[in-house]
Design a protein around this ligand. Structure first.
Ligand SMILES: O=C(O)C[C@@H](Cc1ccccc1)[C@H](O)SCc1ccccc1
Ligand SMILES: [Zn+2]
Length: 172
């Protein structure tokens, strides 16, 4: 289980670089990310959220009590987005306990490499489409609070900046 990077850490704003070779190290990183995600608990996690600026994300949108379906997306690319849009109340493991409604394309097509380095493509809608777009945003240094009003975003950043100071103080 790896420590999560929390707002306002500037690492979250980095653009992650493509994965060159899919080897045992990348597969171990993906497994570490899945373990960290399940522990949070969350339904998605991008490598940057544990401080690794690589274009790799994991997700599992299976429901409670259902068979787990962990998915690994390497160098994902959105190749199609529907005109139709949907709204979800989103959260983020890097912005704990803050939720806001975000509107995104309702359906997308994504091309990516799987954990064996095999080229894959998937058509997604519903929560999978929302989660995939949320995670791919992370790979580009974009956070879901970038879709809310500037007023609200500045309030959230101010709140987390203050908390970071007190957290730092406590550490001392
Ligand atoms: O990337 C993350 O921080 C994990 C996100 C993924 C996510 C955000 C919004 C909508 C869907 C997925 C979540 O914090 S995981 C926690 C969670 C679980 C169910 C629904 C919403 C958020
Ligand atoms: Zn997030």
């Amino acid at each position: 289980i790896k420590p999560l990077i929390i707002l306002p850490d500037p690492i979250l704003r980095q653009v992650s670089t493509p994965v060159e070779t899919i080897d045992a190290d990348i597969r171990r990183l993906a497994d570490d990310m899945l373990e960290t995600m399940y522990d949070a608990p969350g339904i998605g996690l991008a490598a940057i959220q544990i401080g690794v600026p690589r274009r790799l994300l994991v997700l599992d949108v299976s429901k409670e009590g259902e068979e787990k379906t962990p998915l690994v997306f390497i160098n994902p690319k959105i190749v199609k987005s529907s005109e139709e849009r949907s709204v979800y109340e989103e959260g983020c493991l890097s912005i704990p306990d803050y939720y806001a409604e975000v509107e995104r394309p309702a359906a997308i097509a994504v091309e990516y490499l799987d954990r064996d380095g095999k080229q894959q493509s998937v058509e997604a809608d519903g929560l999978l489409a929302t989660c995939l777009q949320h995670e791919i945003d992370h790979l580009n240094g974009v956070l879901f609070i970038d879709y809310i009003s500037k007023l609200k975003r500045d309030m959230v950043i101010r709140k987390f900046t203050k908390a970071a100071k007190t957290r730092g103080a406590k550490a001392i």
